[in-house]
Design a protein around this ligand. Structure first.
Ligand code: AMP
Length: 395
């Protein structure tokens, strides 16, 4: 990575403003998964060792749409972070302004302060200059460690970097290095697996990956749109009519690289208790039934392709994995990635549902890199520049 990182900077005596990704799942005011908080610890701990005057952390959480909504407050995160860091973390109920500056100045030397949700200000998602300047007043230096938000040009990720020395945290650096290497110089065979509901969300990624991979395995609801393009009957399966033409064009251009499911687990309603059957896709899906998972024959074929892979990238579930009866394909692919890693392949998971599936399988430590950012990792794989990264100081 050609950007300045926290290891290149002297933090002594400085107020250090860090954009982290603490967009964690909450149940009321309980943090149900602290993965993203733990992912920020190396950067915070490194900076604290550099004798700063203070460390101020900011993040968004959810989509409060520019309004103060206590449901999206970051206050429940402060005690979780304090326990992980083993030191006090103060919380202030605002994001910018006098109350924040006073809370910062009241910290003991080396104290840690967590700000309220950046998206309580409507200016955040508009990259508003005034908000960016107010954020910049809080620190002497800005560190961006929020990979999950690096694809957004917001005040706390991009605007603030116009007014302060701006450098990358360890998490941002690690994510960029893994994802950039995977697409720039993957060891071959390079295999990508894409799933999830929609083709339309992922056309850019499909096109860009098709230039680079040896094989692209497609599962999940998005495979249906390709089946439609092939002329199969799909019953009630999710199909994106608008994307059928694109799917047809992709099949024509790169059919040799695309590996589509040949069988599917279908259900007679969208319910975990639905009646289930496994059918060949080419025989068509009966009226009233829909595809909710990939079948065993498909899994065997995916397994064969993955067996020789040296680099594997996976994004998106193979079926409606939120329902246990349609989760088998997704969890089997998770196991295949773990097996591939064991055989020496570099395996990368692009956040979101696939990361959740790996976590749930207890296989996280068998994957080379699990990205903390779904959208950001897809944009990286698509070959796009991330605005949050572009805004940082070059080395
Ligand atoms: P995405 O956000 O596009 O990655 O899609 C993730 C969602 O796709 C998950 O909530 C899955 O339940 C859903 N999904 C995967 N396969 C199917 C399918 N065959 N039919 C309907 N939804 C699906």
């Amino acid at each position: 990575m050609n950007k300045m990182s926290v290891r290149d900077y002297d933090f002594s005596g400085k107020h250090v403003l860090i954009r982290v990704d603490f967009n964690v799942p909450l149940d009321g005011d309980r943090v149900t998964d602290d993965t993203r908080i733990r992912a920020a610890l190396p950067t915070i701990e490194h900076i604290l060792k550099g004798a700063p005057r203070s460390v101020i952390l900011m993040s968004h959480l959810g989509r409060p749409k520019g309004e103060r909504n206590p449901k999206f407050s970051l206050s429940p995160i402060a005690p979780v972070l304090a326990a992980l860091l083993g030191r006090d973390v103060e919380f202030v109920g605002d994001t910018v302004g006098d109350e924040v500056l006073a809370a910062r100045d009241a910290l003991p030397t080396g104290g840690v302060l967590l700000l309220e949700n950046t998206r309580f200000y409507a200016g955040e998602t508009k990259n508003d200059v005034e908000l960016s300047q107010s954020l910049a007043q809080i620190g002497d230096v800005f560190v961006n460690d929020a990979f999950g938000s690096a694809h957004r040009a917001h005040s706390s990720t991009v605007g603030v970097a116009d007014h302060l020395p701006a450098i990358a945290g360890f998490l941002l650096e690690k994510e960029i290095n893994y994802l950039a290497n995977a697409i720039k110089q993957p060891e071959q065979p390079f295999v990508a697996i894409l799933g999830g509901a929609k083709v339309s969300d992922k056309i850019g990624v499909i096109e860009s990956l098709l230039d680079k991979v040896d094989k692209l395995l497609i599962g999940g609801g998005m495979a249906n749109t390709f089946f439609k393009a092939q002329g199969y009957e799909l019953g009630n399966s999710l199909v994106e009519a608008d994307a059928v033409e694109t799917a047809r064009a992709l099949l024509e251009k790169s059919g040799d690289k695309l590996v589509l499911p040949t069988d599917a687990v279908i259900g007679d309603k969208f319910d975990n208790g639905a009646e289930r059957r496994t059918v060949k896709v080419s025989e068509g899906i009966p009226e009233g039934w829909a595809i909710y998972d990939i079948g065993v024959e498909t899994l065997a074929e995916f397994g064969r392709v993955l067996d020789s892979a040296r680099t594997v990238v996976w994004n998106g579930p193979m079926g409606v994995f939120e329902m246990s009866n349609f989760a088998k394909g997704t969890f089997a692919v998770a196991q295949m990635l773990a097996d591939a890693t064991e055989k020496g392949a570099v395996t990368i998971i692009g956040g979101g549902d696939s990361a959740a599936a790996i976590e749930e399988s207890g296989l996280s430590d068998k994957i080379t890199h699990i990205s903390t950012g779904g959208g950001a990792s897809l944009e990286m794989l698509e070959g796009k520049e991330l605005p949050g990264l572009v805004a940082l100081k070059d080395k």
